[in-house]
Design a binder for this molecule. Sequence first.
Ligand SMILES: [Zn+2]
Ligand SMILES: [Zn+2]
Length: 341
Amino acid sequence: MSKHSAIADIRPLNTTFPPKADESIFGYLARLAEANDSRVGEVADRADIKLKKSNFTDADVKRIAAISRQSFEKLRPLAPEVNSEASFVLGCNLDNLGVLIKTRRVCPKCIKGEHGYYKAVWDWKFVQHCQEHKLRLLTQCLDCGKHLDWRTKSIRHCTCGTDLTKVKVEKAEAADLHAIKAMLAIAFSDKKAIPPLLKGFDTYWAWLALCDFACLSLKTRKQIWPGATDPGLKATYGGDLKKHFTPVEQLPPRENARRMSLGAVALALVPEKLEQALVSELRHLDAIGWPKGTMDLYWYRRIKWDDEHDNTPLVKLVDRAKEKAGVKLKMLPVTFGGGRE
Ligand SMILES: [Zn+2]
Ligand SMILES: [Zn+2]
């Protein structure tokens, strides 16, 4: 016998309405709660689901459909479904590392007014900014200092009563928006928007590559990409960066080579002219005997190659591309562990 309530026993809420197509499932429950003068926890209880859930089974979604009088089909894409390898949300296949479900993050402008709502992508780890308003998402109340959570009666307020739509938040740096845009393009398979050097990467590899880039020292990153800032990318990939990614300086030499190659993938974020030149350099290498395949395989080979050739081919390749593109960026004369910077 199931320990959950039977669908037939579930009472629908008095006031119901459809979710937005890109709405966070938690934000939707919060909107329902607000419309029914209730707390989101009570609404979740009624649907017999846990608010901190990160995996919604079909049965969970059916119970949400029952309280909200909506179709299962409409709600299913909004609620993350997790297996051992990935999470599926909004039709995207996200690696589990790339998803964060438990906190409440908000763009003050997006939740303003009667049509305001929480976007599903704000629950994703790599999305730290609102692409539309170019603002850093708010994670913490500036008045009471608490991290925002869903124990709220109003989607526009902190539990302490602070009106979140009136809070002034930091503007996003162009570099951060660029990185998130690349990640979203990969997640949504928006082929035209994926930077050429990240083609063929899934969210996991792209995320790793960008994290690697975030592990580079600020000095190095500035050489590669003058617009980069330290707090920006570090914050983008979460405070637990160190747990997953050893700083590049502390890696053994073989690992260094791997990291350096991956860090170079972040060159996808350099000016377009140079990007094109780099891609053509890579294609040239491809033409002279590298196996055909996706860019994925390509970089995998690069990594191996670097590993066996003490990093210098990559540096030369970048130098050639710079020359061809006529770009005078000071960049990448670096080897890690070897001390040349
Ligand atoms: Zn916004
Ligand atoms: Zn507060």
